[in-house]
Design a protein around this ligand. Sequence first.
Ligand SMILES: Nc1nc2c(c(=O)[nH]1)N[C@H]1C(S)=C(S)[C@@H](COP(=O)(O)O)O[C@H]1N2
Ligand SMILES: [Mo]
Length: 199
Amino acid sequence: MSIISRGFRGRPRESEHKLPPGQYETYDFPVLSAGPTPRIAREDWEFTIAAETGARHRWTWAELMALPSERPTVDLHCVTKWSKFDTEWQGVSLDLLFADVETVAEFALVHSYGGYTTNLPLEDLLDGRAWIAYGYDGADLPPEHGGPARLLVPHLYLWKSAKWVRGIELLLEDEPGFWEGAGYHEYGDPWREQRYQGD
Ligand SMILES: Nc1nc2c(c(=O)[nH]1)N[C@H]1C(S)=C(S)[C@@H](COP(=O)(O)O)O[C@H]1N2
Ligand SMILES: [Mo]
C-alpha cells in the first residue's frame, strides 16, 4: 500500500505555475491544422503588410533572412487545452517589420497561404510580443508547424499564431478570422480563459 495518499502531489513543480486555467502540460508538439499543409517554396514566398492607406510593404524570403533575428523562448497555449513550455524559436520581430509602416489602424487580419485567417489588435503584434518565425528548436520550422514561416504570438491562444503566414492586413474596423468567425473568442487570452465568444 502506498504511504502517499491519493491526490498528494507535494510541492508543485516550477512549471505548474506557468499553466493557465484549464490547461495541461504536454511534452510533444501536436499538429493542429484546419486543412492540408501548403508547400511554399522559399523562392516563391513573400510576406506583405498592407496598410489601410493602400501602402504595401513586402519582403521576399531573402529580404527576411537578411534582417536581424531574435531567438525567443516561449510557452505555447492551445485552446484544445495543451500547453508546451520553453519552446525555442528563431524569427524576426514584428516591431522591426512595422518600423516603416504608417498606420492609424487598430486591427490586424493575418492571412496565410492556404486561406486561413485570424484577427487580433495591432498592438498585440508589437512591443516584442510577436515574430515571423522560421526556426524551431534549432532547425528550420517544419512545414506541418507552419514552415517556411509562421506568425508566433505566444501570449494569445495558439490559433492566433497563423502558420504559413503570407501577410497582415491593417483594418480600421475589426474583422473576424477563421476560428473567430466560427465562435472562438475574438481576443483569446489564455490567462483569462477566453476560449469562446462570451468567455
Ligand atoms: N494557417 C493555419 N494556421 C494555423 C492553423 C491552421 O489550421 N492553419 N491552426 C491554428 C491552431 S488552432 C493552432 S492550435 C496552431 C497549432 O500549431 P501547431 O500545429 O504548430 O501545433 O496553429 C494555428 N495556426
Ligand atoms: Mo488550436
